[in-house]
Design a protein around this ligand. Structure first.
Ligand SMILES: [Zn+2]
Length: 406
């Protein structure tokens, strides 16, 4: 309450503003657009306070009789309270101040379109009018996602107007989220700093890839990586009886296995799909000489150890990788060799924004087929597969799951 008094002292011009400006006009219904933007600016000040506190910047004020009787901002993080939206704060404060849960004659100003919860609370408060700034395409309940204010069956109608100082209100939000993304990237980089002799494809290059919803996993502290960041997918239950190690070809990355990965995890299997160093979302050394098959194999073995993969079926498009299974025969139970056409499409260029990023594929072009075809102590299945075709991938997954039954 003390804070509120202070706030009123610092905003003296808000008192009796309407009656001074326009004698005889004290009803919310004759507020002008000019007034609306003045009150919205007060709500924006609240939104800025939310931002200072590390909360999503949404602010609100509640105006009654030409003066602000409550001001507040978003605070769910600080209060561990999912209902602590700016509108809820001002509705509660105003109702206490007026000694009535019905907020007759009040207008609520909020910088962002209200969500369903807050819209519901406004209807319960019999609020006559709400004015918001920016539209909220994700949870807006005043027309963007749903429109609770236009629901004729509800017994109270609150008038709603949007778009007041919308650009400023929206800019505050987008600045906030942009800064937060920048901090996240900086944290990631701090956790896996980029080596001077390597490049890292920006995340934006992979934005909007279809059928690739999986969370990224990174490791940079395997002994052989010496700080290079390796990206891998790790899906399905950790305690699955069997795991599948999907190794992409020199012309692809883990993306090529998206349909096979989905089909195998649907069958309850654990699936790990790394991007080799120099490929996909993994770091890319600037020099091709840094990358040879024996080195990749050893890195993969370190990864298999780190992830404690057991009963592994190795899946590859080239017999060259069988040497990997031979080197850790105790962990592998079989090899699934896929005869698949070379993948193509923009998704396969995404990891390489320029020629400098292509040292991995350049090195790989000189490898040949490697040491394939050795007598192996495990089961071996060869299948044709159109990896970019979900149906073909599902068919191969079903065949393989049956074939490699333990
Ligand atoms: Zn809300």
């Amino acid at each position: 309450m003390q804070a509120m008094k202070e706030w009123y002292k610092s905003h003296p011009y808000l008192f009796h503003k309407r009656s001074n400006d326009r004698p005889g006009c004290d009803s919310y219904s004759c507020m002008s657009e000019f007034d609306d933007s003045i009150w919205m600016r007060e709500a924006l000040t609240q939104a800025q306070a939310a931002m200072q506190a590390g909360e999503v910047p949404v602010g609100a004020v509640l105006v009654h009789g030409g003066r602000v009787i409550a001001a507040g901002h978003n605070a769910p993080i600080a209060g561990h309270d999912p209902t602590a939206h700016a509108e809820m704060a001002v509705l509660r404060a105003a109702a206490r101040r007026l000694g009535n849960y019905r907020l007759d004659g009040c207008t609520l100003y909020v910088t962002l379109e209200p969500c369903p919860m807050c819209s519901g609370a406004m209807l319960h408060a019999r609020l006559p009018r709400v004015v918001y700034g920016a539209a909220d395409p994700k949870t807006g309940a005043a027309g963007s996602v749903v429109n609770l204010f236009a629901e004729p069956l509800l017994n109270h109608q609150t008038r709603v107007e949007g778009g007041v100082l919308a650009d400023e209100c929206g800019a505050l939000l987008s600045d906030f989220f942009r800064a937060r993304r920048r901090e996240q990237r900086a944290r990631q980089l701090a956790a896996h700093p980029l080596r001077d002799d390597a490049l890292r494809t920006p995340d934006s290059a992979f934005a909007g890839l279809s059928d690739y919803p999986w969370a990224p996993h990174h490791v940079s502290d395997l002994p052989l990586l010496a700080g290079l960041r390796l990206h891998y997918l790790d899906e399905g239950p950790r305690d699955a009886t069997r795991s599948w190690l999907l190794l992409h070809g020199g012309d692809g990355w883990s993306y090529e296995y998206r349909h096979l990965l989905a089909a195998l995890t649907m069958a309850g299997e654990r699936v790990v799909a790394p991007d080799l160093i120099g490929f996909g979302k993994s770091d890319k050394p600037k020099r091709a000489t840094a990358l040879d098959p024996a080195w990749h194999r050893q890195v993969l073995l370190e990864l298999v150890d780190r992830l404690e993969l057991r009963h592994v079926v190795l899946v590859a498009r080239s017999g060259g990788w069988e040497a990997l299974a031979l080197a850790a025969a105790g962990r592998f139970v079989g090899v699934l060799l896929l005869h698949a056409p070379a993948p193509h499409g923009p998704a396969y260029d995404a990891p390489f924004p320029d020629a400098g990023h292509r040292a991995g594929p350049r090195a790989c072009a000189s490898w040949g087929e490697g040491e394939g075809g050795q007598p192996a102590p495990w089961r071996r299945l060869a299948e044709r597969c159109e990896l970019d075709d979900p149906q073909s991938a599902r068919h191969v997954a079903a065949r393989a799951v049956e074939y490699f039954q333990l």
